[in-house]
Design a binder for this molecule. Structure first.
Ligand SMILES: [Zn+2]
Length: 382
């Protein structure tokens, strides 16, 4: 492992963020972050000189209110305090995805505060990039309601703060689900460009994220969507990524890169249908590192979805190493016992798609790539 005098990368995380339970049968199990952090530790990253470990702070109510209605914030607080709120379903709470529970205000405010702290550590020059693994999960949260496990939209809150500092952000969401809450929160501004590459809403929650969703008003052309077919694998996913994202980043010339690194694209993920490996996912993060270098801009990453514990732990440990320019051996350290039976960071074994399905995927994805390029490329002279 390399040693450097100054840390390049902040890891913003606290144990508390892994200890709550949304409901006994909920697929989002925050303990995944504990298993991830233990793997980061066993791999020597937590104690590396390249990495600065920080606990998140709570986002203030004023910060949250830049992106959420006061009435909604009051409701989240009341539910957190144990009150029974009549009509909470209109704010997105109920059995299912967003169960009302004690502690939810604090946990959402910690995720948002983590993203805010990332902006602060970057703007004051402490580090050149930062990873907030408990963030990004909230990318479906809307200004007036909870959605898809998300309560306060940490990415929108942080990016609005950057806009206040007159900084333009290039946001890329590689979660398997469309980043609809982030898109909606920034839909009318050209001060941030949001790009989401996801499994098409034809097959998956939240049902949006079509190429024709391009923004409104000043924001027209600054929302970009790449909806992919189920079973898209590493190679086909990267074909779509390469056809759109690097050119747009260079054309937009942002002041900052902001990435959401959901790993529910993984081939073992129980909630969705793409077929990426951990190494396919991490290759995208390597491309982000190259873009941040090439454009000479700071970079914030947040976590996101990911419901296969072993994929979360391995992928985000690999991603942290990439951000900090550290090399990991492929073998999982023998001292790691937090999850059983992990042997390598990379997924092993070929994933075979039958030829007919493969042709369907290629056809669907090419139509999506062409539609997206037609919608937004001309505006940027591409
Ligand atoms: Zn997701």
């Amino acid at each position: 492992m390399n040693t450097v005098n100054n840390p390049t990368t902040a890891l913003i995380y606290s144990h508390e963020q892994s200890q709550h339970v949304l409901s006994p049968t909920h697929p989002m199990r925050p303990i995944r972050l504990h298993h991830m952090h233990e793997l980061m530790r066993a791999s020597g990253l937590v104690d590396s000189n390249a990495i600065l470990s920080k606990s998140p702070r709570l986002a203030t109510e004023t910060e949250i209110a830049t992106s959420h209605d006061t009435e909604y914030i009051v409701v989240v607080k009341a539910i957190d305090a144990g009150a029974i709120v009549i009509g909470m379903d209109q704010f997105g709470f109920g059995p299912g995805d967003n169960p009302p529970r004690a502690g939810m205000y604090r946990h959402a405010a910690l995720a948002a505060g983590g993203a805010m702290l990332a902006t602060e550590l970057i703007l004051d020059g402490t580090v050149k990039n930062a990873f907030v693994p408990a963030g990004g999960m909230h990318h479906h949260a809307m200004h007036n309601r909870a959605s898809g496990f998300g309560i306060f939209n940490d990415a929108v809150i942080a990016i609005k703060h950057l806009i206040e500092q007159d900084l333009r952000t290039f946001y890329v969401d590689i979660d398997v689900h469309h980043g609809d809450g982030v898109q909606a929160g920034l839909y009318d501004t050209d001060r941030a460009m949001t790009v989401s590459i996801h499994e098409s809403g034809q097959w998956l929650f939240p049902g949006t994220g079509n190429p024709n969703e391009i923004g409104i008003g000043d924001g027209q052309g600054y929302s970009v969507n790449i909806p992919l077919a189920p079973y898209t694998d590493d190679q086909l996913w990267h074909q779509a990524f390469d056809a759109i994202i690097p050119d747009l980043a260079r054309a937009y010339q942002p002041d900052l890169l902001f990435t959401q690194l959901g790993i529910d694209t993984h081939r073992n993920d129980p909630l969705a249908h793409l077929s990426l490996t951990t190494q396919g996912h991490n290759l995208a993060v390597q491309k982000f590192a190259q873009l941040a270098d090439e454009l000479d801009i700071p970079w914030i990453s947040v976590g996101g979805g990911g419901y296969d514990m072993t994929a979360v732990a391995r992928a985000w440990t690999m991603d942290l190493a990439t951000m900090a320019n550290q090399t990991l051996p492929d073998q999982i350290p023998s001292t790691y016992t937090s999850l059983p039976n992990l042997t390598t960071f990379h997924d092993q074994g070929d994933y075979r798609i039958d030829p007919d399905t493969l042709n369907d995927i290629i056809r669907h994805n090419q139509l999506a790539i062409d539609a997206t390029r037609t919608q937004v490329f001309p505006k940027f002279g591409l």
